[in-house]
Design a binder for this molecule. Structure first.
Ligand SMILES: [Zn+2]
Length: 186
């Protein structure tokens, strides 16, 4: 949205990238790789700040919950399905849960980002992971029992890695709907 002027100048230009006014020492603000006159910069900053703020406003939480749960179901289903089909407890597939839950919450809320969505995504992501982990675990235990193997060993091995993957799921669910932080020169 900063593309107010597509034919905009190079970073070293001495003209405002928005209104092409010739800039002076006291009347120039560098933002990213562009230079603006002060009044243009204030307009852009206001617009940008408002856009970013609106991303965390009027969040449709029921839809966000729906999106997060759908993401969790799809992610958990993918992991469990992968396990059942391949007989491999490929935990990395579980990471998809965090990705899908985070994006599900943000997208279904209308492309929003907020701390509330982060908390929601982490809660749903964790729950989805635990449900999926339980299903995967039961699949392996049943498998092991069927082969008269040692079910407890399967459980213990899985238990350790589970925390690693859960941590990744939580991290992704937290990062994806994180509000954008603006760092602008004043
Ligand atoms: Zn200007």
């Amino acid at each position: 949205m900063a593309d107010a002027n597509p034919s905009a100048a190079t970073p070293t230009a001495t003209k405002c990238a928005r209104c092409e006014k010739t800039l002076t020492e006291g009347d120039r603000v560098a933002a990213n790789d562009r230079v603006f006159c002060r009044s243009c910069y204030e307009v852009l900053k206001f617009e940008l700040t408002r856009t970013v703020a609106s991303m965390s406003e009027n969040i449709n939480y029921p839809m966000a919950v729906l999106g997060a749960v759908l993401g969790g179901v799809v992610g958990a289903g993918a992991w469990w399905g992968f396990t059942v089909l391949t007989k491999i407890g490929f935990g990395l597939v579980a990471v998809a849960i965090g990705f899908l839950v985070g994006h599900g919450a943000a997208r279904f809320a209308g492309g929003k980002r907020s701390v509330g969505l982060q908390v929601l995504a982490v809660a749903v992501g964790t729950l989805s992971f635990l449900v999926a982990a339980y299903l995967v675990n039961m699949t392996f235990i049943n498998e092991a029992l069927a082969q008269r193997g040692e079910a407890w060993r399967v459980s213990v091995n899985f238990g350790v890695m589970k925390f690693v993957f859960l941590a990744i799921v939580v991290y992704e669910a937290w990062i994806i709907p994180r509000p954008v932080k603006l760092t602008l020169p004043s």
